[in-house]
Design a protein around this ligand. Structure first.
Ligand SMILES: Cc1cc2nc3c(=O)[nH]c(=O)nc-3n(C[C@H](O)[C@H](O)[C@H](O)COP(=O)(O)OP(=O)(O)OC[C@H]3O[C@@H](n4cnc5c(N)ncnc54)[C@H](O)[C@@H]3O)c2cc1C
Length: 449
């Protein structure tokens, strides 16, 4: 590695780091990208669904390239709410998603990260794999470079930390502490090999189309989280992620939970005959807006998982990382023009972030997990309640329909978790909001008569 001074050092060659390196290298900056894995993607874990828009912003029309590592374009997204032996199902399939540009693709990160990092190299960034950054170097209180675990020191005007969840760099700089167990989820994932024809038959797919299934309820054994099953070209990705604090409380072992998911009577038919070829696990930052660290300090920026940029409710993380990496890179380009890398100039990054979907979405979803935590009995009992009610609705047993309807109503009214949830949400603000919407609807109805 050249013992030199760079315009920017980017730590971590995941979606955030590669995006940052790519835009800076294209602008002619002297950029080094450091990755601890043997190659980019060697240890990275994702479901993985990748949204088109954010990658298209960086590499227009990327899907047309013959070496594109996309697996399948997703044309159908399903949701299952599972009890022990049943599934309430909802979903959406669109022919518009079959047309280019597709909404999203399934990917396999080992292939994707290698391809994506090559794009940054082709633009002029220098990538060094197998290099672990161990320290941040500071002078007069500002970040001036990094030290590797091998003892090499590299210097730059700016260091961009894209080192993923539990960012060691952001901690060293003092932007944040280690995450707490209720700010992260633990995801486990397997890749199951299956012939292309079988996948297309089982999931009703053609012409490279793909399906995603997100599963709630029984598959998390009472913990907050969800399982997923995605189709790749010749494999399936299956996984489950739950809050780390819930794993600690329940003492369920992630590997056992994964086996439980795979054996669920509704799910097991879809994966029957497949062969596990890869097993991995990884943390997912889920603290959201309330847990985000400051995004910059003198000579230093932080992007992607390292800054808690994940919207778990919409399984968006890699796209956040790409946009944030791009904006961090663009901020450095402007700082270079101004010849100033102090936090005053780098604060532009935060302003850019505020104008994107990222901070708006993280802000809007900031209380989602807290409110799910407040209603855990409902989260735990709701799936059974729903599946039992649907059973009564659809099952024909010779009794009048009113008997089934009464059972459904009775079950809902007598359920303690439902009472508790209603009672907890019965505060002045919610009553006033309810009345307001009631009045508005009433006025509209009267006006229309
Ligand atoms: C089970 C699971 C399922 C997911 N599913 C989805 C999904 O379907 N869609 C989606 O958009 N998101 C999903 N995510 C989230 C997504 O994976 C992340 O949000 C995304 O990878 C963040 O990108 P990043 O570049 O910030 O971090 P990462 O992808 O984690 O990259 C960080 C990189 O930094 C390197 N690194 C770390 N420390 C050092 C160091 N000290 N020195 C050098 N290099 C270092 C790592 O090796 C790694 O390559 C999922 C996550 C998990 C765990």
């Amino acid at each position: 590695m050249a013992d030199d001074k760079f315009d920017a050092i980017v730590v971590g060659a995941g979606p955030a780091g590669v995006s940052a390196a790519l835009v800076m290298a294209r602008a002619g900056l002297n950029v080094v990208l450091l990755e601890r894995g043997e190659y980019p993607g060697a240890k990275n874990v994702q479901g993985a669904v990748l949204y088109t828009k954010m990658l298209d912003d960086l590499i227009p029309g990327f899907w047309k390239s013959p070496d594109s590592p996309m697996e399948r374009h997703v044309t159908e997204q399903r949701f299952w709410i599972l009890s022990k032996d049943a599934a309430a199902q909802a979903g959406f399939k669109s022919d518009r998603w079959a047309r280019e540009p597709h909404n999203c693709y399934t990917i396999i990160r080992t292939n994707f990260d290698r391809w994506f990092s090559k794009k940054a190299e082709e633009a002029g960034a220098q990538l060094f794999s197998g290099v672990t950054v161990s320290d941040v170097l500071k002078k007069d209180g500002r970040v001036v470079g990094i030290k590797t675990s091998e003892g090499d020191e590299l210097f730059a005007d700016v260091v961009i930390a894209c080192d993923g969840v539990n960012s060691m760099l952001a901690q060293q700089v003092g932007l944040m502490d280690e995450w707490k167990a209720d700010e992260v989820a633990l995801g486990v994932k397997e890749i199951l090999e299956m012939p292309k024809e079988k996948i297309e038959d089982r999931f009703c797919l053609e012409n490279g189309e793909g399906t995603t299934i997100e599963m709630f309820g029984d598959v998390t054994q009472g913990m907050l989280g969800y399982a997923f099953l995605y189709t790749n070209k010749e494999s399936l990705s299956i996984g489950v992620g739950c809050k780390l604090s819930h794993y600690q409380k329940s003492r369920v072992r992630p590997y056992d939970l994964m086996e439980y998911v795979k054996k669920h009577p509704i799910l097991r038919r879809l994966i029957a005959g497949s062969k596990t070829v890869e097993y991995s696990s990884h943390l997912i930052p889920e603290g959201g807006y309330n847990s985000m660290p400051p995004l910059y300090t003198d000579g230093f920026l932080v992007a992607g998982d390292a800054a808690q940029m994940v919207n778990a409710a919409h399984r968006e993380g890699s796209n956040f990382a790409m946009t944030a990496g791009q904006l961090a890179g663009e901020t450095v380009i402007e700082a270079k023009k101004a010849g100033d890398f102090s936090s005053k100039t780098l604060s532009l990054y935060r302003k850019k972030m505020e104008s994107t979907y990222i901070l708006k979405d993280l802000f809007d979803h900031r209380e989602l997990e807290n409110s799910a935590e407040r209603h855990m009995p409902l989260v735990q009992q709701g799936p059974d309640l729903l599946c039992e009610s649907l059973y009564d609705f659809f099952h024909v047993d010779g009794l009048p329909k009113r008997v089934g309807y009464e059972r459904i109503l009775d079950r809902g009214l007598k359920n303690k978790a439902v009472h508790e949830a209603l009672w907890k949400e019965m505060n002045v603000r919610n009553i006033v909001t309810g009345l307001k919407y009631g009045l508005m609807a009433g006025k509209k109805w009267l006006g229309g008569r």
